[in-house]
Design a protein around this ligand. Structure first.
Ligand SMILES: [Zn+2]
Ligand SMILES: [Zn+2]
Length: 230
């Protein structure tokens, strides 16, 4: 018997016995139907084709149109859910109040997405800053992903990365690089694709800094990203 991580009600499994026995990737979201219905999935193609933000028609959002004109490399992001009130409250409880159990609330949804990637994909999490780690005693991005797939932690934070939460939107967009890559790419590693992992896509600045740090360290090939919310 599994309980919903948000309301503690028993979760009635939607899976058949066959799925439970034979699907070795089986893993469900630890939310009851009522709580799960509060979250809004972003369904393609009703989203920005670059950053994955929910849109009513298929197009690029304003931020991505602006980025497209600035000739920076564009990062295609897949976001699973809209950042609605339920998602805001979830992150408040998970990151704000530090309820580490909540890391598994969306494990099933995240696992279904990452399963589609090839064995030659490197899964690289965006790291939490040392100050935030100190406050929470855990890394919320590692929490979301480390139980469901093998991670390669290539990125580390510069000291000034800690202040990003206090920055205005404009300051964030022009702020210096948050990350550096500790392991330069080697030609023999055979990596064809990197999937950057984060919890929330807000302005995209964090993920774009991750992308730039990896490119600077010599990583080539396709780079995309995945976030729980946008
Ligand atoms: Zn519930
Ligand atoms: Zn966009």
């Amino acid at each position: 018997m599994t309980a919903c991580l948000l309301c503690q009600q028993t979760i009635v499994s939607q899976y058949s016995l066959h799925e439970l026995c034979f699907n070795r990737y089986f893993y469900q979201d630890l939310l009851c139907r009522t709580c799960r219905d509060e979250f809004q999935e972003i369904i393609r193609p009703a989203c920005c084709q670059i950053c994955g933000r929910h849109l009513n028609q298929t197009h690029l959002c304003r931020d991505c149109l602006r980025r497209q004109q600035s000739s920076t490399e564009l990062l295609t992001n897949q976001a699973l859910f809209r950042y609605n009130t339920a998602m805001h409250d979830y992150f408040q409880q998970y990151k704000g109040r530090g309820d580490y159990r909540l890391r598994l609330a969306f494990a099933g949804s995240l696992r279904r997405v990452v399963q589609q990637y090839q064995a030659t994909t490197l899964f690289v999490p965006i790291p939490t800053s040392p100050n935030h780690f100190e406050e929470r005693q855990f890394d919320p991005v590692l929490g979301l992903y480390s139980d469901i797939l093998p991670l390669t932690c290539l990125l580390a934070c510069h000291d000034h990365a800690d202040h990003q939460a206090q920055l205005t939107r404009h300051q964030r967009l022009i702020s210096p690089q948050y990350f550096y890559c500790e392991t330069p790419a080697t030609p023999k590693n055979g990596i064809k694709q990197i999937l950057l992992l984060d919890d929330i896509y807000t302005t995209g600045t964090t993920l774009y800094h991750g992308l730039a740090a990896l490119r600077q360290a010599g990583y080539r090939g396709k780079m995309t990203s995945l976030t729980l919310a946008r």
